[in-house]
Design a protein around this ligand. Sequence first.
Ligand code: PLP
Length: 421
Amino acid sequence: MKYFNSDYYTYKDSKLYCEDVPVLKIAEEFGTPAYIYSKKYFIDRYKEIDEALKGINHKVFFACKSNFNLSVIKTFVDLGSGVDVNSEGELFRALKAGAKPEKIIMSGVGKTANEIKLALENDLLMIKAESEEEIILINEIAGSLNKTARVAIRVNPDVDAKTHPYISTGLAENKFGVDPETALRLFRMQKDLKNIIFTGIDMHLGSQITKVEPFIEASERLAEIFLQLKSEGINLKHIDVGGGIGIHYNNEKTFLIKEYADSLISVFKKLNCEVFLEPGRLFTANSGILAVQVLYTKKTSRKNFIITDGAMNDLLRPSIYGAYHHVQPLVITDGKPDIKADVVGPVCESGDFLAKNITISGCKRNDYIAVMSAGAYGMVMSSNYNMRRRPPEILVDGNNYKLIRSRETFEHIVYDEENLL
Ligand SMILES: Cc1ncc(COP(=O)(O)O)c(C=O)c1O
């Protein structure tokens, strides 16, 4: 089998370490399934992109939808990052984690009036509008609050990001943003919108994009709109290129951050605008693993199954996107032959799997497995299906580690139902 090693997860004496801590130690202490994150990974990724973009005026906003644990958001906030929130709930978390409102931007194709009101009351840096009706509503709410809303318009550039259809967002057929012609028309409404000031153009092409070309093509379209508006006397301040940078789950060929940053610089430098970025997956996916324990193994006439205590409710990506997550043992035991197997959970669905048809060195009952690259869109998508408690989260920092969210209790999940019987 293949063993994935990185600067953050590596085998020493046959044991998988996260930074300087054996993962087995954490799994035994907190039980499994458990999410484990490397803090150094967060810091390195933030610094890498910030450094690569130093040739241009830029601001980075961590897309906390990828991982909204307060300690994770705080790590980015402490580094100087802004935060991109997609809902009232994410705004609540960002503020609790210590993000300053002037460093928070709000996305979302379907913001409620209350979300818009909260964004304005909190004086967030900017709201990204995705339709004419939303712009009119923002204008109305801002008027009623006696405020001027800073608004960017999300443009759907109709560029094929060549990613999974469920995470592609920049095609004409997708629900996101408005087409470039409509965007121009909406920006031209500026003179009639007394309570809005348009500050920028925004896009988000999709997620897990592994080629730089779609970013360049779409950036050029945004630059054209920016210049057209400038020629008409509508001066925007920033262009927001969203998130979407692809990472290694397996052996995908991805671009270098330097290459991505250089492309943005070459498109935008001449515009003299500020560039905003909203990375999510890049910042969090490979920081994290889901540690699980083998409950049973079984061989049917067709297949080997490794049944673990981790399931689709803990990590949904394999079930909904058919996403690949590498799995490897927490402890390598010599002499175990490789087997082909499906790694599945205890949930009553055939779609409940963490990895399909993978090669792993033979696992037996009670062995531990790491499901790699689980730091993004992992815990945030977890649920209580089958009345399963969501896993704890643990943050590793050098040779220290700490619990940053406990395993849920059944009482948490039942909430107030008992009082309402
Ligand atoms: C508006 C917006 N910005 C940023 C992101 C983060 O994307 P990624 O995790 O691919 O970087 C998303 C993800 O869906 C998004 O919708």
